[in-house]
Design a protein around this ligand. Structure first.
Ligand SMILES: Cc1cc2nc3c(=O)[nH]c(=O)nc-3n(C[C@H](O)[C@H](O)[C@H](O)COP(=O)(O)OP(=O)(O)OC[C@H]3O[C@@H](n4cnc5c(N)ncnc54)[C@H](O)[C@@H]3O)c2cc1C
Length: 236
C-alpha cells in the first residue's frame, strides 16, 4: 500500500453542472510527489458520523476508498486538485464531493503511476468520459507542443465543456451525451479517419464501453499493445 496522507478541503469550484473541483491542502501533502498529473490515487472517505477518515489497513478498509485522478499538484502551494463527477449518480465519493465544505477531511493514498504510454508517439488518440476527463486533460497539457492527433471527451451537457491547454495539432472534440448507456465514444472512433503510423492511445470510460472500444482498436493498422492504455473507470 502506498503512503496515506490526511488532507483538508481548502476550496471548491463548480466546473459545470456535472463536475466539482476540490482543492486539498495539508501539512502531510508537503512531500506529495511531483509530476503525477493523470495518475490515480485512492481517496479515503470518512465513515458516517465521523469527520475524519480512518487511514491505514484494517478489515473492510477498501469499502471507504475510491479511485480519483491527480488533476494537478501545485509545487509552490502544495495544493492537490481533484475533479469529481457529480449529479449523475449517488455514491460515497460523489455525495461527499457534492457537499464538501472548506475544512472537511479526505485521505489520499498513493499516487499510482501516470497514465500515458508514450508522449512522443507519431500521433495520439485520447478517448474519455466524464470520469476520465481529469486524466485526459492532464495528459493533453503534458504532451509536447508539436504533438498531433485527436481527443474525444464525452460530457453530459455543453456547460460541462472545459478549456484545456492542448497542443494546437490535437483536435479536441467534445461529445455531448447524457445517455450513459449509449457508447458515443465508440461511435466517433468508428467514424475517425485513421492515420498512418502507430498512435499512443488512452481510453478510459465505463467498463463495458471501454471494452467495446478496445476490441475495435485492436482491428486498426498500427495498433500496439505497448502504446495503448485502456481502463474501466467505473461499472454501470
Ligand atoms: C484510475 C481511475 C481514476 C479515476 N478518476 C476519477 C476522477 O478523477 N474523477 C471522477 O469523477 N471519477 C474518477 N474515477 C471513477 C470513480 O472512481 C468512480 O466513478 C467511483 O465509482 C465513484 O464512487 P462513488 O462512491 O461515487 O460511487 P459507487 O459507490 O462506486 O457507485 C454507486 C453507483 O453509482 C454508479 N456510478 C459510479 N460512478 C458513476 C459515474 N461516474 N456515473 C454514473 N454512475 C456511476 C455505479 O455503477 C453504482 O451503481 C476514476 C476511476 C479509476 C479506476
Amino acid at each position: 500500500m502506498k503512503k496515506m496522507r490526511m488532507a483538508q478541503v481548502s476550496r471548491t469550484e463548480d466546473m459545470g453542472p456535472h463536475m466539482r473541483r476540490i482543492i486539498l491542502r495539508g501539512e502531510e501533502l508537503s512531500d506529495f510527489p511531483l509530476g503525477y498529473e493523470s495518475a490515480h490515487f485512492k481517496a479515503v472517505f470518512p465513515r458516517p458520523g465521523q469527520s475524519k477518515p480512518k487511514l491505514g489497513i484494517f478489515p473492510g478498509f477498501k469499502k471507504w476508498m475510491r479511485s480519483y485522478t491527480v488533476r494537478d499538484f501545485n509545487e509552490q502551494t502544495k495544493e492537490l486538485t481533484v475533479d469529481f463527477a457529480v449529479n449523475d449518480h449517488q455514491g460515497l465519493a460523489t455525495n461527499w464531493a457534492k457537499s464538501a465544505q472548506v475544512g472537511d477531511y479526505l485521505g489520499v493514498a498513493g499516487p499510482g503511476d501516470a497514465k500515458y504510454p508514450n508522449y512522443h508517439a507519431g500521433w495520439h488518440l485520447l478517448m474519455a468520459d466524464l470520469t476520465a476527463l481529469p486524466a485526459a486533460a492532464a495528459i493533453l497539457e503534458k504532451l509536447p507542443k508539436t504533438a498531433v492527433g485527436t481527443a474525444f471527451i464525452q460530457v453530459p451537457t455543453a456547460e460541462d465543456k472545459q478549456s484545456i491547454a492542448a497542443p494546437e495539432g490535437i483536435d479536441v472534440y467534445w461529445l455531448i451525451n447524457d445517455n450513459l448507456s449509449r457508447n458515443a465514444l465508440l461511435e466517433q472512433l468508428e467514424r475517425l479517419a485513421w492515420q498512418d503510423g502507430s498512435p499512443a492511445v488512452f481510453v478510459a470510460a465505463e467498463s463495458s464501453q471501454m471494452k467495446a472500444i478496445s476490441k475495435h482498436l485492436k482491428t486498426k493498422p498500427g495498433y500496439s499493445k505497448e502504446q495503448t492504455y485502456t481502463s474501466g473507470y467505473w461499472k454501470a
